[in-house]
Design a protein around this ligand. Structure first.
Ligand code: ATP
Ligand code: MG
Length: 413
């Protein structure tokens, strides 16, 4: 048997109603905050992610699905995330001169060659949003409020917001130097990856999961103590805005985010009780991204939520049971003539907007009634020879057993 590729999943009809419910809430909330949906291609020129996500990141170095295009001398990659594509799309579609801010959201699948485990797969699903054209902390607060309202509407109370500021072009170099100094003194204790990070991207040392590196990270100088006056003012304004919007948070200096484009505000929503992959949402400010892709200087703030991890958190909180639609009426038919009549009635009812089903297998009456029960039909209608002749049948309420006679060709329900 051919099996699905490791790290991918089938989402069956028994599960899709929960997915659609979650996605529906995401769309509703995003639109309430003035974001419009954008759809970009599943694959892009590899160069977009190398430049946009950053060539020192794990995502680009180890995780991207990259291949040569069939008929052209070109390298293509499946998108590992959504932000770079959206930034490319606004430049390419001439949106950078529109009135600001630009606000976009998307629900997409992304691809990363990671070690599959609970909450980590190779094709995974994200709800993401991007806002371009504001450097004000008001835009950070709005993005965070949107993420937070989605989580609230999903009923997730066990999720905590962690915020941090990783500084800008002005304050990052000095902070970077103090980090290098701190970690160099304990270089021997670092894992191999962190030894390379020390030269290439020392900020990334702060979110290494290795216990020895973690210990070093906890003792490391904090970004928030090295912010320039402008970054510090922005971070304070953000905190004031979140307080005013009644959004709880903790300042957490270990939040640095894995992708190169982040500057200033970064944040994560972390869920309790779903194991090691507990970040259900990650985001931040990426003021240099649009310019680095060849567009104008245009700042941005966005986030992405992993839908599988949200579902895990919803299960943990017991809020994953949602109502699904069941048939209004199931038409059981005995014999070919009745089956045709059943099809005719079901189709008439559906055109009137009713969820109607009829037997298409040709089973015994007993088996059909068992099936009607299984699919939780609200009413059943049984048609045999005599009903065909009289044009009337008994409509049975499956809940209380009450029956009433109806005209086959005209009854409404
Ligand atoms: P992590 O630290 O968990 O690897 P990340 O920083 O790589 O996350 P982002 O690129 O910011 O993640 O993606 C945003 C969100 O998408 C994450 O917070 C997570 O919920 C989800 N996500 C990321 N990678 C995966 C994956 N491989 N499988 C499932 N969900 C994922
Ligand atoms: Mg990752």
């Amino acid at each position: 048997m051919i099996q699905r590729i490791k790290g991918t999943m089938d989402i069956l009809p028994s599960e899709t109603p929960l997915w659609r419910y979650i996605e529906g809430i995401m769309r509703e909330e995003a639109e309430k905050y003035g974001y419009g949906e954008i759809r970009t291609p599943t694959f892009e020129n590899t160069e977009l992610f190398v430049r946009g996500v950053g060539d020192t990141t794990d995502v680009v170095q180890k995780e991207m699905y990259t291949f040569a295009d069939r008929d052209e001398d070109r390298s293509i990659s499946l998108r590992p995330e959504g932000t770079a594509s959206v930034a490319r799309a606004i430049i390419e579609n001439g949106k950078c001169s529109d009135p600001m801010p630009l606000k976009y959201y998307y629900i997409i699948s992304c691809f990363r060659h990671e070690k599959p485990q609970a909450g980590r797969s190779r094709e995974f699903y994200q709800f993401g949003t991007e806002m371009f054209g504001s450097t004000s902390p008001a835009s950070d607060a709005t993005a965070i409020a949107l993420a937070s309202s989605v989580l609230r509407r999903l009923g997730l109370k066990n999720v905590k917001l962690h915020i941090n500021s990783i500084g800008c072009k002005e304050c990052r170099p000095a902070y970077r130097a103090s980090l290098v100094e701190h970690f160099s003194s304990r270089r021997d204790k670092l894992c191999d990856t962190c030894k390379t990070r020390l030269e290439k991207n020392p900020l990334r040392l702060l979110d290494c999961k290795n216990p020895d590196c973690r210990e070093g990270a906890e003792l490391a100088p904090k970004t928030t103590e090295h912010l320039c006056p402008s970054c510090e003012r922005s971070f304070n304004l953000l905190k004031n805005a979140l307080d005013a919007m009644k959004i709880d948070y903790v300042v957490d200096s270990s939040i640095v985010r894995g992708l190169d484009y982040y500057t200033g505000t970064v944040f994560e929503f972390i869920a309790d009780g779903i194991g090691a992959q507990s970040t259900v949402c990650g985001g931040g400010r990426y003021d240099g991204l649009v310019a680095s892709l060849g567009g104008p200087e245009l700042s941005g703030i966005g986030f992405a939520m992993g839908i599988t991890r949200l579902i895990m958190a919803m299960r943990e909180a017991g809020v994953d049971k949602i109502e699904t639609k069941t048939p209004k009426v199931y038409i059981a038919a005995m014999g070919e003539g009745a089956m045709i009549k059943g099809l005719e009635i079901a189709e008439r009812l559906r055109r009137e907007g009713v969820f109607a089903e009829c037997d298409v297998v040709g089973r015994s009456l007993k088996a059909q009634m068992k099936y009607a029960n299984k699919i939780s039909a609200e009413y059943t209608l049984i048609i045999g020879e005599s009903e065909l002749e009289s044009g009337k049948a008994q409509l049975r309420n499956m809940q209380n057993g009450e029956q009433s006679e109806v005209e086959l060709d005209s009854f409404v329900i």
